[in-house]
Design a protein around this ligand. Structure first.
Ligand code: MTE
Ligand code: MO
Length: 170
């Protein structure tokens, strides 16, 4: 093939990719009450615009477990729930960070790299018991503080948003 045609070929594949995200995909819709809404830079959605998750969908994701001491409980406890890395892979997140928003309008920015560096858990259970809203549920973001002591400081405590309800990938 002529060199110019190769260049045009590569260019058109690249431009088509920009117009139609290659792996855009529809996720199955929630069948029970949605508890988490993800918007922004994601390629996989439940309705073309955002990805909604109910508890069953969160439970179907690869789960993580972190046993650690925290500022919020007396002594070490076991947090379990979907791995943040699995959740953002599921929605095809392409951004650099997330803006996480809680029921009480508390919000915090978290670099997506954190979820590659640490097995961060979007905890839905503590010691095997579902977290109620009163107990900082339904979702409490948790880092492996004891295993990675460099996360035992205000920077990471701030990222441990509880009563998490929505996320914008940016
Ligand atoms: N939903 C929610 N999550 C939150 C907060 C909050 O106010 N609301 N405070 C954050 C901050 S600033 C820190 S340092 C830690 C610890 O908060 P605490 O010291 O009030 O327990 O939780 C974080 N998660
Ligand atoms: Mo804080």
């Amino acid at each position: 093939m002529e060199k110019r045609n190769v260049v045009i070929g590569i260019l058109s594949v690249f431009l088509a990719g920009m117009a139609y995200p290659l792996h855009a995909e529809r996720l199955a819709k929630p069948t029970t009450r949605p508890i988490l809404t993800i918007t922004g830079k994601i390629t996989h959605t439940t309705d073309g615009e955002r990805a909604l998750f109910d508890m069953d969908m969160l439970k179907a994701l690869p789960q993580g477990e972190i046993r650690t001491s925290t500022p919020w409980y007396e002594g070490p406890v076991v947090f379990s729930g979907p791995l943040a890395s699995a959740l953002f892979e599921k929605v095809g997140a392409t951004g650099k960070s997330i803006l996480a928003i809680a029921l009480n309008d508390y919000s915090v920015r978290i670099p997506l790299d954190d979820f590659k560096k640490y097995p961060v858990v979007f905890a839905t259970e503590v010691n095997g018991k579902r977290l109620s809203i009163r107990e900082k549920g339904p979702i409490f973001v948790i880092y492996p503080f004891d295993e990675s002591p460099e996360t035992k400081n205000e920077t990471y405590f701030q990222r441990c948003i509880w009563q998490l309800t929505s996320i914008d990938v940016q």
